[in-house]
Every structure is written in structure tokens, then in C-alpha cells.
Design a protein around this ligand. Structure first.
Ligand code: ATR
Length: 287
């Protein structure tokens, strides 16, 4: 693509941003779709977020992704916010409107699309969700919004799971999330569960760590979804697989959060063929 007077700019704001794979995702999509668009990283210093958003608007940037540590803080600078992002309290994608930016959470829509693309469903499911931090809290909302029957939220610190459950259940008007301390996994009734691993345990370089090491737990899991994609196969995934379950890592979630952002910025649907090309490129970094 030739950069010219009509080139639109998108980018990533966060700190740090040096290790991001988003430029690869978006610049590949721009090339495949023939859009005159470039995507670049913008490191934003602490205390400069409001100025960055105002400046982006003034410079007519088409869209932005937002990463650590600004996903919540950015909300106060937005003109509008999508319902799911408001509920979650975190925004990772901004879309230019006439007078500012509208915020979305494509991380969770990305997880949902990744699961759907693998034939994994949430509606009506019994789900075990490991963790109660920022990522797991968002997953809890997603599961509740998408109609999970029950989500057993297991966490090392019970009080954190309790406060997430209270908040989500209040917002949803039903007891969708059941908070538990991790060791109480033994109390889960017999049956088959979808398990979502939403903690940082098992992330490289600590690849032998896992929240629940007891093999008996994995007999209850029909499918395991880890939000981690580095390593390619986590200990959690290995345990799910060795007990006959299907196991997936978080790379498709990462990819689809980017695809959905790109679709929002350009008001298009990315073709399956393009999705596959982006996935193969991403896989090249990890597999
Ligand atoms: P993120 O934004 O990635 O979700 P976070 O908000 O710091 O990060 O949450 C980390 C999650 O991993 C929490 O659920 C945390 O459990 P606590 O709430 O008890 O801290 C969980 N976690 C991190 N290290 C852990 C460990 N060694 N064993 C068990 N859980 C762990």
C-alpha cells in the first residue's frame, strides 16, 4: 500500500506497546482488504491519556485500540460506550464518531467469536471459570450475558470472587455466578463442564504451573479454554486433553478482538479466508 493524502490512521495506545502483535493483525487486514489504512503503536505516558484521546480526535484518527494500563481509565474520555463494555468496565477499542470516540470491548466479543468458531457454546452451559481478576471478571460478564446456566467462579481469594459475583448477578438480575474458593472444586457435582482459565497462572516462563493440579478435576471437563497463548499449550490445556476434553488456547481470542475492531472501524465483515491468513501469521510467532 502506498501512503498518500487519503491514508487513514489507526493505532494502539498503552504503556508499554512495544511487544504488541496488533500492527501485524491490522496492517495484514488492510493489505488483504485493499483499504488505505495504517496501524501504528502510540506509547502514552502516565497522566497523558486525556490529551492523547483529545489529540487523536483532533488528528481525525479513525480508531484506536487501548491496552494496559488504560482500559478502564479511558472510559471517562469517551463520548459514547457500548453496553457490554460499560458493564465490564473496560474498553479496548475506540471508534471515531462526529464529536469524539465510542468505546467497545472487543476482547470479550473476541473470546465469544473464538469459542463460536470452535463450536464451543456458552448458552445453557455449566461453566467453571478460574480466576476473579480483571480478565476473569470480564469473562464472567460475557458468560452471563450470553446465557450460561451457571458459572462457578473459582478463585484463590474468595472475597474477590464474591464481589465479582455480586456485581454481575445484580447487573443481570439472576444468580448466574457462584463464587467459590478454588479448593472447593471437589464440591462441583458430577457432570461435564466447560472450563475457562482466566488467571495468569501457566503463562511463560512459568509453563508448569496450573491452578488445579488434581487430575480428578479434569474428568469433569468436556472443553477447556485458556486465555493464555504463550506457551502454545499450557499445563491446564494438557490436563484437559489427557482426560479426553478438547483444549484451546487464547490466540484466536487475541486474533478476533483485532478482527472485530477492524470490522468496526471499516464497517465491513472480514472474510473467512482473511481470518485464516491472519491466524497462520499469528501462529508463526508461537506454534
Ligand atoms: P488480569 O487482569 O490478567 O486478570 P489480575 O486482575 O491481577 O490480572 O488477576 C489475576 C488472577 O490470577 C486472579 O484471579 C488471581 O487470584 P487472586 O485474586 O487470589 O490474586 C489469579 N492468580 C494469580 N496468581 C495466582 C496463583 N499463583 N495461584 C492462584 N491464582 C493466581
Amino acid at each position: 500500500m502506498e501512503i498518500d493524502g487519503k491514508t487513514r490512521t489507526c493505532g494502539l495506545i498503552g504503556n508499554p506497546v512495544e511487544h504488541t502483535l496488533s500492527p501485524m493483525i491490522h496492517n495484514t487486514l488492510a493489505k488483504l482488504s485493499g483499504h488505505n489504512l495504517v496501524y501504528v503503536p502510540f506509547p502514552v505516558e502516565p497522566g497523558s491519556l486525556d490529551k492523547a484521546i483529545a489529540g487523536a480526535g483532533a488528528l481525525n484518527l479513525l480508531g484506536l485500540n487501548v491496552t494496559v494500563p488504560y482500559k478502564s481509565e479511558v472510559i471517562r474520555s469517551l463520548r459514547e460506550i457500548d453496553d457490554l463494555a460499560r458493564n465490564i468496565g473496560a474498553v479496548n477499542t475506540l471508534v471515531k464518531t462526529d464529536d469524539g470516540y465510542k468505546g467497545y470491548n472487543t476482547d470479550m466479543e473476541g473470546l465469544y467469536r473464538a469459542m463460536t468458531s470452535e463450536g464451543v457454546k456458552i448458552a445453557g452451559e455449566q461453566i467453571v471459570l478460574l480466576g476473579a481478576g480483571g480478565a476473569a471478571r470480564a469473562v464472567a460478564y460475557l458468560c452471563a450475558v450470553k446465557g450460561a446456566d451457571k458459572v462457578y467462579m473459582l478463585n484463590r481469594t474468595l472475597s474477590k470472587a464474591e464481589s465479582v459475583a455480586e456485581e454481575v448477578n445484580r447487573a443481570m438480575g439472576r444468580e448466574a455466578i457462584i463464587p467459590m474458593i478454588t479448593e472447593d472444586y471437589v464440591k462441583l457435582t458430577a457432570g461435564k463442564y466447560l472450563a475457562i482459565q482466566g488467571t495468569s497462572v501457566g503463562l511463560a516462563p512459568h509453563t508448569e504451573d496450573v491452578v488445579i493440579a488434581d487430575e480428578a478435576f479434569y474428568d469433569k471437563i468436556h472443553t477447556g479454554f485458556d486465555l493464555i497463548y504463550n506457551p502454545w499449550e499450557t499445563k491446564f490445556m494438557r490436563l484437559v486433553s489427557s482426560h479426553g476434553g478438547k483444549a484451546y488456547n487464547g490466540l484466536k481470542m487475541l486474533m478476533y478482538q483485532g478482527i472485530i475492531a477492524y470490522e468496526l472501524w471499516n464497517q465491513i465483515s472480514v472474510s473467512d479466508e482473511s481470518v485464516q491468513i491472519v491466524y497462520e501469521k499469528l501462529k508463526g510467532y508461537f506454534a
